[in-house]
Design a protein around this ligand. Structure first.
Ligand code: ATP
Ligand code: MG
Length: 394
């Protein structure tokens, strides 16, 4: 019976030209989400409203599920539309709508009519009154409550007449593409996919980089990261994933630097290389899944030392989250099951038993001088291994 959806979005901060860009981005993301649904759809924008119209048969649940992945949507209202064939037909259609949607008639309601076309022979006030009366005649158990109705029956007079009353919550946030682009350091763990999801939710388009260390990390570990990128792309849109061969750099650090500083120095090189790729791809920031104190390389001191190599801002949306809270989000967005697959990611091979937890920047920099001879060449070589994989949710 539903033929369309009215898409509601939060308008906070969406003004002037921004509003147009916001709606553009939202329509784009809705299109991407609907591509994976059965059926044909059209998106229209009229006086500050976005509608999704079904042009063919479609699967209601599938469509709603996919719309729920589009950041920027605050609510999804399924719409019934009818031809304008006079008031009597409209009243009958509204009564039929109520009968179908609300099995239990012990509810309070209010009719809210709105004319997008002023040539309709009755005004909004008259429509509210007459249609309210028609509902009461049909279902005497129902009661009108003009202040706090349980059900608001919306009647929109357009070329056709739209009826809706339900609002399914959307994910909120802002449409991807409305807030620039950032580079996610994506590993096979639990945290970084969640971090990517959270920044995408603020409207930021996501590129990703994965540091692969064959033969120490397997092809299955790489595939797992590709799969995680696909899962993130369900919300974030297509993710351009750069796979960088990091083995020689790791081996060189391992050979030349104190082992208890291995992880922190490696992290500095990851950030450095990620930033280079970010800048080549118009990314305005980096994203990591770090959270204070989670491991030795995420103490406040370690984070400061890692951060020092970057000139772009580093977004760490999980910084204040406990592991439990991160797991909760990863379960909700569907990345958890993949994240906990047991394939090693690249840091686990060389990690020291007792890594430094309070690194001193000057000491670290001094030890990095041991790398002077070959590191620039190795960084360039690593950049040359860049394999681009476009991860898409299908
Ligand atoms: P995650 O669960 O995201 O793997 P983690 O708790 O295992 O995080 P670390 O391994 O210390 O923490 O990594 C911290 C962050 O560094 C990760 O969240 C991710 O953003 C980035 N990172 C770690 N390893 C890699 C890698 N091999 N490739 C790309 N980014 C990585
Ligand atoms: Mg990890």
């Amino acid at each position: 019976m539903f033929r369309a959806f009215l898409i509601k979005y939060a308008e906070i901060g969406v003004k002037g030209k921004n509003k147009y860009l916001f709606e553009e981005a939202l329509a784009q993301q809705i299109k991407y989400a609907l591509k994976r649904c059965e059926g044909e759809f059209k998106i229209t924008r009229t006086d500050g409203r976005i509608y999704v119209h079904a042009l063919s048969e479609f699967d209601y649940d599938e469509t709603v599920d996919n719309l729920k992945t589009v950041f920027g949507i605050s609510g999804i209202c399924p719409v019934v539309y009818i031809e304008d064939e006079g008031y009597e037909k409209l009243a009958a259609a509204l009564v039929a709508y109520v009968d179908k949607v609300y099995e239990d008639k012990n509810i309070t309601f209010k009719v809210h009519a709105r004319r997008a076309r002023k040539n309709y022979p009755m005004n909004s006030m008259e429509l509210n009154r007459e249609l309210g009366g028609a509902i009461l005649d049909a279902f005497p158990q129902m009661r009108v409550d003009v202040h706090h109705p349980e059900v608001m029956l919306h009647v929109e007079i357009r070329e056709k007449i739209y009826l809706y009353s339900m609002e399914i919550p959307g994910p909120g946030g802002m449409p991807v593409g409305s807030n620039g682009k950032a580079m996610l350091l994506l590993s096979g763990g639990i945290d970084s996919p969640v971090a990517g999801y959270m920044i995408a939710k603020r409207g930021v388009k996501i590129d990703a980089v994965y540091f692969h260390a064959p033969p120490y990390t397997s092809d299955r570990a790489k595939q797992k990261v590709v799969d995680l990128a696909k899962l993130v792309s369900r919300y974030a849109g297509p993710v351009y994933l750069h796979v960088i061969n990091f083995t020689d750099i790791q081996l060189y650090i391992y050979e030349k630097c104190p082992h208890e500083e291995f992880t922190i120095i490696m992290r500095r090189y990851m950030m450095k290389i990620a930033e280079l790729i970010a800048k080549q791809n118009d990314c305005l920031g980096l994203i990591t899944g770090e959270s204070i104190g989670q491991v030795a390389s995420q103490t406040v001191q370690s984070l400061a030392v890692t951060n020092e190599v970057c000139s772009l801002p580093v977004f760490r949306p999980l910084i204040g989250f406990d592991k439990m809270e991160i797991v909760e989000v990863s379960e909700k967005i569907g990345t958890y099951e993949t994240s906990i697959l047991p394939y090693e990611d690249c840091c686990t091979i060389f990690v020291a038993k007792h890594p430094v937890t309070k690194p001193n920047l000057n000491v670290i920099k001094r030890h990095e001088q041991n790398l002077e001879e070959k590191i620039e060449e190795l960084v360039q070589k690593a950049l040359d291994t860049d394999e681009l994989i476009v991860a898409k949710w299908t």
